[in-house]
Design a protein around this ligand. Sequence first.
Ligand SMILES: Nc1ncnc2c1ncn2[C@@H]1O[C@H](COP(=O)(O)OP(=O)(O)OP(=O)(O)O)[C@@H](O)[C@H]1O
Ligand SMILES: [Mg+2]
Length: 330
Amino acid sequence: MSDRAVLAVEDLTVTIGTRRGPARAVAGVDWSVRAGETLALVGESGSGKSMSVLAATGLAPRSARVTGRVHLLGTELTGLPGEDRRRMRGRHVGFVFQDPMTSLNPVLTVGRQVTEAGEEHLGLTRRAARARAVELLDLVGIPSPAERVDAYPHQFSGGMRQRVVIAMALACEPDLLIADEPTTALDVTTQAQIVELVADLQRRLGTAVVWITHDLGVVAGIADTVAVMYAGRILEQGPVDAVFTNPSHPYTTALLAARPDPDGGGDELVTIQGSPPSPLDLPAGCAFWPRCPVRGAARCEHELPPLVPVAADHHVRTFYPHHTDGGVPT
Ligand SMILES: Nc1ncnc2c1ncn2[C@@H]1O[C@H](COP(=O)(O)OP(=O)(O)OP(=O)(O)O)[C@@H](O)[C@H]1O
Ligand SMILES: [Mg+2]
């Protein structure tokens, strides 16, 4: 693992102009990921996971105002002209999204699609690109790749399509792979295969990975570090082992308790009461306060807790680290 961050964001804030006013999707987020390392972004729907990586890579919607600093392989992206940023992204970042069909063109063979990026960014001839497509399909575990290279997306199963998308994402040998809920649309067995495939490719290629997921089970298996997001902010972040064995924010504790039992065994799923606030109307204090099980923390309603260290590289945004349930110390 290298010390240099492949992607680092500092104080990243994204405010989206909507008809009902400005929506603050991401508010002052810091994280980084190094070569060969996986950062997991977790949190409920709407917490700003996707928007933070889209904004970091210059893909936020036009209506969004993005501030903060983003370094990709040491180059500051935020000040770059759009064309340079697009080139950096094309050369260094691969994307895998939830639904493979949004990334695939139904009327082109999978081989053409895998090679398209390679032709543009690596300057391959058509013939070399085709050979490379076969190689990449083989790499991601497509059986008989030399024949399947001429098939169309609809001739593949969902899991195989996601493998094709991963092959496309890897075509220009990216330093960073962004996987946004890549397994959510797949059955459990196929999910596990895709998770294992990415972990294996990462070991072999040394790619940095940002993996966005609701599934904390996946996080434990593949991530090195985790950032738990809520209403656009990070509430807890650190090495996966530290966060899982010593969750220090009530929200993390609640998310861990809400995890489905991997063995499908008897216990009821614990749900977190209530729902996150609207990004159009965020409170001045802690956005989790109305749902927080820690009672008596009146201060949190009006005052935003800072992100404080609880151990090496392990930070938590609360006035009361470790008091994850019960009362607040007086
Ligand atoms: N184009 C947009 N216009 C207005 N608001 C948006 C837009 N895209 C996202 N948002 C808002 O920004 C916030 C963060 O959205 P984001 O997509 O990052 O959430 P997420 O954590 O990825 O959620 P999910 O798990 O559902 O994918 C949400 O409140 C969302 O409604
Ligand atoms: Mg998302």
